[in-house]
Write a protein that binds this ligand. Structure first.
Ligand code: PLP
Length: 394
């Protein structure tokens, strides 16, 4: 089996598992308790906070541990919105291709009377700093733009966007769930005020993540209760999970250069191989792209069938279609970069892990070619395209 769906979730690293299981057994104290069991857990928690902070260039007291990326996104956006409203500012800028954790939160705010500007994403899967500059108004309280897109892997010009926000005195949040642990991220250099990340996207456990909040920026808690996380996130901390996330993050960040050097040529080889399929196209910029991501559209086929047949061949991949909901809506990300419905339906995302081999890359190319050809063999859409009854788009 080849697991090529690392953007959905990753396998926990051995070191992270070791941290997790070790602590589950021995360090079960409540970090808020004053006796030694508790203080030992507290030490583990604070060491994890220092490690996580260091990996993104932050200070330990700027890290809030959460249940994952979705919670961090919700807390960042809802906090900035609430702060904005206190100053009479209720305009928020984002993009059309954010993760649903961001888009659905913004939608909720829209229903509460906020005005949301969703920037168009260019065909290459990028927004420009100029677009952000042009959209900022007197009453803008937040810009939230993802660092790397989870479907097409494109990396946004975060540093420049952050600079624009800072010079206009607007809070800048980035959903960096697909960036942290995959490319270099430094909250100071990148002018970031708030950043979301998630453990299970970089070989840590599921159900744990963090929100970075720059010193001086106020956040409200989503969950009321105890005074954990300096009153910003109530609930007894998941100490083993948090420490395992810190282990995985440190490992990933220490190996970033290696990761890039290993995956980039494999990624580009697969991109070259799949580009040989007639009437296909790479989605998203080829350069400004995380090392693991490959996303293609193939005209005349259904992404869902493609996935099932690849599964039969031992390849776990993903498609943009919202298969989880059972709906046949194509991916909002592919629509945002201008793919029409028919084309967006025939999409494939491969997100590689660092253990991928050259032989596996060859096998992926060969298998996708076979499956696309096979599916086109009995696709009515493909028949119409070939017969000239419909025009090819790709
Ligand atoms: C996975 C993901 C999330 C959600 O993170 P969870 O920890 O699963 O809640 C948010 N944003 C992006 C870009 C993601 O890829």
């Amino acid at each position: 089996m080849i697991y090529a769906d690392n953007a959905a979730t990753t396998k926990m690293s051995d070191a992270a598992i070791q941290t997790l299981t070790g602590l589950l057994k021995d360090t079960y104290g409540n970090p808020s308790s004053l006796y030694e069991f508790g203080q030992k857990a507290k030490e583990v928690l604070e060491q994890a906070r220092r490690d996580v902070a260091e990996s993104i260039g932050a200070q330990p007291n700027e890290i809030i541990f959460t249940s994952g990326g979705s919670e961090a996104d919700n807390q960042a956006i809802l906090s900035a919105a609430k702060m904005g409203a206190l100053k009479g500012k209720k305009h928020i800028i984002s993009t059309a291709f954010e993760h649903h954790a961001v888009l659905h939160t913004l939608n909720k705010l829209k229903n509460e009377g906020y005005e949301i500007t969703l920037l168009d994403v260019h065909e290459n899967g990028l927004v420009t700093p100029q677009q952000v500059k042009d959209a900022i108004r007197e009453d803008t309280c937040l810009v939230t733009i993802m660092y790397a897109n989870n479907e097409i892997g494109t990396i946004q010009p975060i540093r420049e966007i952050g600079e624009i926000c800072r010079s206009n005195n607007v809070t800048f949040h980035t959903d960096a769930v697909q960036a942290v642990g995959h490319i270099k991220v430094n909250v100071v250099d990148d002018n970031i005020d708030m950043l979301s990340a998630s453990g299970h996207k970089f070989h840590g456990p599921k159900g744990v993540g963090f929100l970075y909040v720059k010193k001086g920026i106020k956040v409200f808690n989503l969950i009321e209760g105890g005074a954990q996380e300096k009153g910003r996130r109530a609930g007894t901390e998941n100490v083993p999970g948090i420490a395992a996330m810190a282990t995985a993050l440190k490992e990933s960040v220490d190996a970033l250069d290696e990761y890039k050097a290993k995956l980039t040529p494999v990624r580009d080889k697969i991109i070259r191989g799949l580009s040989e399929i007639p009437h296909s196209a790479l989605n998203g910029d080829a350069e400004s792209r995380v090392p693991s991501n490959i996303n293609f559209c193939f005209e005349g086929i259904e992404g869902e069938s493609l996935l099932l047949l690849l599964d039969d061949k031992g390849i776990a991949a993903s498609s943009g279609s919202a298969c989880t909901s059972g709906s046949l809506d194509p991916s909002h990300v592919l629509l945002a970069i201008g793919r029409i419905h028919d084309v967006a339906h025939g999409s494939l995302r491969l997100s590689l892990g660092e253990d991928i081999t050259d032989d596996e890359a060859d096998y992926i190319i060969k298998s996708v070619k076979e499956v696309v050809e096979y599916l086109r063999g009995f696709s009515p859409v493909w028949r119409d395209l070939v017969a000239g009854k419909k025009e090819f788009i790709l």
